[in-house]
Design a protein. Structure first.
Length: 153
């Protein structure tokens, strides 16, 4: 897989998407950057941090867990400022980039609870993620603009 161009521009951003590659992959929280030539997947919380949030939910309630997760993710996102897509990807070995040409299929659906779901068939397996309902329209726009030929309904 090739990486992003040196001066790659970010077109759309999907924040706090919970996803995994493959059926047995580890769930992580990603910021997904739709660029000019591909999709960058930047991990903002790993399986361990997500499990810690579940522990906080039991101990401090849902509001405490959300606040804790938001502060961690915002701190990490602040470190993205001023960086190129390539530099963002280099911040974590679990980050990855997939050129649009390597995506063989893309499905975006409205979830049962109002959020959204996306399945992307990538060379490394299917990437499945869920995201908040307020991001559904932006995801539909990004996927149809950049992956219209591969999009399935």
């Amino acid at each position: 897989m090739s990486g992003p161009e040196k001066d790659e521009k970010i077109r759309y951003v999907l924040v706090n998407a919970t996803g995994q590659v493959g059926m047995t992959g580890i769930q992580r929280q990603y910021d997904i950057l739709f660029t000019e030539t591909g999709i960058a997947f930047a991990v903002v919380a790993s399986g361990l941090k997500m499990a810690a949030k579940i522990g906080l939910i039991e101990g401090l309630g849902a509001a405490g867990a959300l606040l804790s997760g938001a502060m961690t993710n915002d701190k990490l996102r602040n470190s993205f400022r001023g960086l190129t897509v390539k530099q963002i990807l280099e911040l974590n070995e679990k980050n990855f980039f997939v050129p649009y040409l390597d995506v063989t299929r893309a499905v975006v659906k409205k979830g049962m609870l109002g959020g959204g779901k996306t399945d992307l068939v990538l060379p490394g397996g299917k990437f499945q993620c869920v995201f908040s309902k307020d991001q559904l329209e932006a995801v539909l726009t990004a996927v149809s603009e950049k992956l219209g030929a591969q999009m399935a309904i």
